[in-house]
Design a protein around this ligand. Structure first.
Ligand code: ADE
Length: 383
């Protein structure tokens, strides 16, 4: 079995943490027990590109219980839990390619290693498997039954491929299930983002001013939980309906240029590019903390922050200090990667239970409906 993980000596710790998470995943466990008997995925090769966490490990075990041959690689260079990766190899016999902190080349090398098994189902969080297959591994397409997609950003990418007529196999958009985004995106991101900010900085949220950039399901969750911790929450949002919703939910709503005058902590959750950029850094208060909880590390314009800064140093793990030409300091958390998985452990198991139950059932759905499905993005059937 091929694999690339940080340290096999971490496997015992990983096994216990996977067990702990599994105890909070009753829905996935029900599916696993049925899969063990019915083997709906028998003999099928599944490549997963997901955050390698204790919760994901329980999903991988479920797919394996269903008879699948599973390989997994990381869906973000900074989200892997190294103990989990080694436990998947040692205790579950699952080929794993994931190392926390891996560089760009290793990240894409790991995706290629996962695709080397020639999967017939892909399971993505951010659509990197699908996009790599469509650009560099087109020869796999004919044998692929379909894929699943976990997150908002991935679904946006895939729907745009489908609209342009270039999507080459069917996808089930797990994120679109109400039992996913109502809960995972809102309560999961809400709690784990606050957790990541606190673990990275140990700042007191009570009495602080937090700017939540974007009021989609994730932004709603973070704003709600920050308020619960006593922060004064400001929301910036370009969609007028969501902006009104934020106002009626009791938050101050303003433009970014206005929010800059007040904010101490900024969190981006938009799925968009450079929503915090050069002109914004220049106007921030001294000591402002900036982080992202969206899928890709593009929401904050880090290259321009690096370029304009006269000094840069790591002041704590996951907290980097940038000194601007004026002498003001800006603190960037977790390299602008999703802070909930970079500095904390991602969403808690009981909410991932619902998301990953959708993943397991969607894989089964792809297999039993393969003949009927077109090269489109499908919702998870309600039943
Ligand atoms: N995305 C957010 N939190 C996660 C977790 N705990 N496991 C896998 N993917 C996640």
């Amino acid at each position: 079995m091929k694999y690339d993980v940080k340290d096999m000596k971490l496997a015992e710790k990983g096994k216990l943490r996977i067990e702990w998470a599994g105890a909070q995943m009753p829905v996935l466990n029900l599916i696993k027990n049925r899969f063990l008997k019915e083997k709906p995925l028998k003999g099928l090769k599944i490549a997963a590109c997901l955050h390698v966490t204790t919760e994901t490990a329980n999903l991988m075990k479920t797919l394996k219980a269903g008879g699948a041959e599973v390989v997994i690689c990381a869906s973000n260079p900074l989200s892997t839990q190294d103990d989990v990766a080694s436990s998947l190899v040692k205790h579950d016999g699952i080929s794993t390619f994931a190392i926390k902190g891996e560089d760009h080349k290793t990240y894409y090398g790991h995706i290629m290693s996962a695709l080397a098994v020639k999967p017939v189902i892909t399971m993505d969080d951010g659509a990197d498997l699908v996009s790599t297959i469509h650009t560099k591994k087109k020869e796999l397409i004919d044998d692929i039954i379909g894929g699943t997609e976990e997150t908002t950003t991935g679904v946006i990418r895939l729907k745009s491929m489908a609209e342009k007529g270039v999507l080459a196999y069917p996808i089930v958009a797990v994120n679109d299930a109400q039992t996913k985004h109502f809960f995972d995106n809102r309560y999961g991101t809400g709690q784990s983002t606050i957790d990541g900010i606190i673990r990275a900085t140990n700042l007191l949220l009570a009495g602080s001013t937090m700017v939540v950039v974007g009021y989609g399901w994730c932004g709603r969750g973070v704003a709600m939980r920050a308020k619960g911790m006593g922060a004064n929450v400001i929301v910036t949002e370009i969609d007028p309906l969501k902006a009104i919703e934020a106002a009626m939910d009791g938050f101050q709503v303003m433009t970014m240029s206005e929010a800059l005058k007040h904010g101490q902590i900024f969190v981006t959750l938009t799925g968009d590019i450079h929503v915090i950029r050069k002109e914004h850094f220049l106007k921030m208060k001294d000591g402002a903390v900036v982080c992202n909880s969206g899928h890709f590390n593009v929401e904050i314009d880090i290259p321009s922050l690096q370029k304009m800064s006269r000094k840069r140093r790591m002041i704590r793990e996951f907290t980097e200090e940038y000194t601007l030409p004026s002498g003001k300091r800006v603190y960037l958390l977790g390299e602008g990667r999703l802070i909930n998985l970079a500095a904390a452990e991602g969403h808690p198991a009981s909410v991932m239970d619902m998301s990953f139950a959708n993943q397991a059932l969607s894989a089964e759905y792809l297999v039993s409906n393969a003949a009927k499905l077109e090269k489109q993005v499908y919702s998870v059937p309600k039943h």
